[in-house]
Design a protein around this ligand. Structure first.
Ligand code: ATP
Length: 572
């Protein structure tokens, strides 16, 4: 059985798109002239709520279906993607309390929904696979209408912890929607692809943390990007710190404010009032990502009473502090799990709707060194819209592979091939200073997938002559330099800013008092030594290191512009 694609049309007959199918929202994207673009559906939405609702036999999807969560919750299916391929006993229905409830039908997760016309029409029992098929069909129809040609195929993103059973269920749901799945790609890789495809991107070896912060879950991954190959080094998944938790902060805040004016009336206790409250709180939350003040207003919130209020960003950041700190901890924990330090991370990509939140990105600026790029709208003007990253990455991948025969796609994207072996330690050159001090110059970074080949050019000693080259393994460690104790202790009484960490610690003392942490290379086992004879004055030596798929290392060293050189191979 193929885990990566379903049968479908011949390459020439395909029209392929990228799809991200989330618990909260989905998006569709297509590639035109190598540029991926997220497609707006017929309602003009690029983030399409993953919701289906039935009213009088009519099917609504996306934003229109979301609006029915207030008036027609029992016939509205929401937050179901994660239930695909799962046994009823293992699901968490927390987010379904205000929509159709998942039910156990012989162990399969199902929903009972009135999807036919007529007062007396019998409700249907729809499996989560069937609901997914219907939803995917709507996405494909929207893309087909936009592109003006029938969409036949797609690359779909999935979380890194989607099991084989879940993938199979998703493939089955797509096949039933008449959609060929070219490949399922993992969300963090889709996000990195979207960034690496930018014309200005330099594809260089780097360690990237991808934080995919959605509505019901947060998934963070450390990805090693080496010569255009991506290796996922570690992942964490969390279902507590998410967009819904931030909605809840505002729901409680405004409910309490309402109750101050109307004692004894708690809008959270009535299902319809709560649905209205949630809907408006999400809009207020989004407004706080752009502005520093946001309005909140609901007609007939509870017992026919209208309610209007405002909130500023600082207040929101104060009441949501625990959740905001939770996101930071998640990101710290995945770096630790990968055996790395924040100093090893070159880029942090914030993806998913919740990543629009300025506080989340700003908190990361405080834990990462200045050399780490935090790619989020609040911290980087060139950041890609976090809500569009996954669909764009999927569309780019779809455009790359759509012209291949189905069997070839299977071969090149099969799990066994994509999880290639990689080296653990760096391999590099030891350079010796005039005083005899040795330093390690990394040539191939740790976690590089093999086979790999990198070349460096080093200057020979000024006088020329025989140049000794030492190739070794290397590893980083973090060197911590404690600050010198201060003679004058009066500064110790510095007041910590507890409320707002936006405060600019521009006073020099606070910087001075911080310990210094830097990444330094430690020289490991020597792999090879070679001498390049008779290098001319001011000459240069080119060293190529080649690691084969079986981890055997070949080193070639030669004088630039001269004939000959030395070459040696070490078996793994
Ligand atoms: P999941 O699968 O975790 O439920 P998803 O991947 O389906 O999520 P996303 O669109 O990535 O969905 O994230 C949805 C969350 O992002 C919602 O909680 C939504 O309120 C939040 N969100 C969307 N836009 C913004 C914004 N501008 N500012 C803050 N939060 C936002």
């Amino acid at each position: 059985m193929s885990e990566t694609r379903t049968s479908g049309p011949a390459p020439a007959d395909r029209t392929a798109i990228g799809i991200t199918f989330g618990n909260s929202n989905s998006s569709i994207a297509s590639t035109v002239d190598d540029k991926a673009e997220v497609i707006a559906n017929e309602d003009g939405d690029r983030q399409i709520p993953t919701i289906l609702s039935y009213v009088d036999g009519e099917e609504y999807y996306g934003q229109q279906a979301k609006a029915f969560l207030v008036r027609n919750p029992q016939n509205t299916a929401a937050y179901f993607r994660d239930f695909l391929g799962k046994d009823f006993k293992s699901i968490d229905p927390t987010h379904n309390h205000a929509s159709a409830h998942p039910q156990d039908v012989n162990g399969t997760v199902s929903f009972t929904i009135k999807d036919k016309e007529g007062e007396d029409a019998e409700p249907s029992t729809l499996s989560v696979e069937e609901v997914s098929t219907r939803f995917l069909r709507r996405l494909v129809t929207s893309a087909t209408e936009y592109l003006g040609k029938k969409v036949t195929s797609a690359v779909i993103t999935v979380p890194t912890n989607f099991s084989d059973k879940q993938k199979s269920a998703l493939l089955a749901a797509a096949t039933a929607a008449d959609l060929e799945v070219l490949q399922l790609i993992s969300e963090p890789v889709a996000a990195v692809l979207a960034y690496d495809a930018r014309p200005e991107a330099e594809v260089q070896d780097k360690i990237v943390v991808v934080a995919e912060l959605g509505g019901t879950r947060s998934d963070v991954a450390v990805v090693a990007s080496r010569g255009g190959m991506y290796t996922v080094l570690a992942t964490v998944h969390d279902y507590e710190f998410n967009g819904s938790a931030l909605d809840k902060i505002l729901i409680d805040h405004f409910a309490k404010e309402f109750m101050k004016k109307h004692p004894g009336v708690d809008p959270r206790e009535n299902a319809r009032s709560l649905a209205k409250l949630k809907f408006e709180c999400e809009a207020t939350k989004k407004a706080l990502s752009i502005g520093v003040n946001a309005a909140f207003s609901v007609e007939s919130l509870a017992e026919g009473i209208d309610f209007a209020s405002t909130i500023n960003r600082l207040r929101y950041e104060t009441i949501g502090r625990t959740v905001f700190e939770g996101f930071t901890r998640l990101i710290e924990s995945v770096i630790k799990k990968a055996g790395l330090d924040v100093l090893d991370v070159d880029e942090v990509i914030l993806s998913g709707g919740t990543s629009h939140t300025p506080r989340i990105a700003n908190n990361l600026v405080n834990i990462f060194p200045a050399t780490t790029t935090i790619l989020a709208p609040a911290t980087n003007t060139t950041a890609i819209n976090p809500s569009e990253l996954l669909a764009r990455g999927a569309a780019l991948q779809a455009s790359l592979i759509q012209e291949y025969e189905a069997a070839d796609i299977d071969q090149s994207t099969h799990a066994a091939v994509t999880t290639v072996p990689h080296i653990t330690n760096a391999i590099g050159v030891i350079s010796v200073s005039e005083s005899g001090e040795e330093t390690f110059v990394p040539v191939i970074a740790p976690e590089t997938a093999v086979p790999a080949r990198r070349t460096v050019v080093v200057a020979a000693p000024k006088a020329g002559g025989d140049v000794l080259i030492k190739i070794a393994e290397g590893n980083t460690h973090i060197k911590v330099t404690k600050p010198e104790p201060k003679a004058n202790d009066s500064k110790a009484a510095k007041v910590e800013d507890a409320e707002d960490s936006d405060a600019d610690f521009s006073d020099d003392e606070s910087d001075d008092e911080e310990e210094k942490r830097e990444k330094v290379w430690k020289i490991g086992a020597t792999l090879a030594e070679a001498a390049v004879r008779g290098v001319k004055k001011g000459g240069k030596v080119e060293i190529s290191i080649n690691v084969n798929a079986d981890l055997a290392v070949t080193v070639t060293a030669r004088e630039v512009g001269a004939k000959g050189g030395v070459r040696g191979t070490l078996s793994a």
